[in-house]
Design a protein around this ligand. Sequence first.
Ligand code: NAD
Length: 366
Amino acid sequence: MIFETLATSGHEEVVFCHNKDVGLKAIIAIHNSVLGPALGGLRMWPYKTEQEALNDVLRLSRGMTFKNAVAGLNLGGGKAVIIGDPAKDKSEALFRTFGRFINSLNGRYITAEDVGIDVNDMEYVFRETEFVTGVHQVHGGSGDPSPFTAYGALQGLMASLSHKFGNEEVGNYSYSVQGLGHVGMEFVKLLREQGAKVFVTDINQEAVDRAVNEHGCEAVALDDIYDVDADVYSPCALGGTVNEQTLPRLKCKVICGAANNQLATDAIGDELAGRGILYAPDYAVNSGGVMNVSLEIDGYNRERAMRMMRTIYYNLGRIFKIADQDGIPTYKAADRMAEERIAIIGRTKLPTMGQGTRFLGRLRGQ
Ligand code: NAD
């Protein structure tokens, strides 16, 4: 049954990690390692069933293969999940035990933070394995990736504006931004610095007040964000917000934001293309975070990270070109770009980055 699923999804390896004493139930999924070791975050979530956890880790690890490939990284796709409640079930022993499982894979999987995990949890994992990114800056880590994700999304936005309007002056356009968390708040700040008109919403009123008072945004009610007459809709909160209900309401000409899995279905992506709304594929737009942590593998350098963010501009340009040339929606063009890169690197068998063994920049234990 499981092998049938893996045959369809194309996964290479799935590892079930268990330790009764510390209450660890975790799954590590390596989807594809053609481009290099599989990098992807660790999520902790109170999954209702083991099947739900398995489905999630398979789906997310496959997504990382595409994201890392389009980002131009020498990294494959992987992900890990721990079944548990982040508010109640965390302990040093749990994360150290999990770290030993990661270490046993000898660099085939490199972990990072995801939902339910913070830098303190990563510190425990790091005590047992070097195959971890997103550790504290004192260990050579890169810290919070969100400002990089926001800056990278700005590069993706400029490529989108250039493609749609033939002019990439961010300040010439209006934006409706949903979600003012780590990424969204930084993103609206960047937009406002360029003089753009920015409408915002969030379930957190404090965040809305900050965006209005500190950055000069205009607040709208939660559900009204879909009706705003803005040139660009920028989802920076949840997935699935471009769906059958919201699509008829959207007046934007471009969709470009940092949230993952923005399209509820592929059919919505086809429909956007039919309506002439340019969709900037989410995993290409929000790849600044993974680019940033990937630099930890060779020794983190902030300037290099900022330069790397600029590649998002060119990646988006390439995706739009594929979509135009092949007459396909942009979400499919992004997948095609990833698949082609994996296929050609796989065929040529170019040497890839150290297979996760070159953590030279780390000052381990300091
Ligand atoms: P976050 O949790 O800091 O922020 C999310 C914000 O969305 C919060 O302020 C929350 O109150 C708000 N929100 C939740 N539900 C909402 C709703 N229904 N309407 C309006 N606002 C709502 O998360 P983040 O790190 O800023 O990430 C935002 C999105 O970007 C997520 O989808 C995440 O997966 C994606 N992403 C983040 C990074 C990163 O570097 N942090 C990288 C890649 C992708």
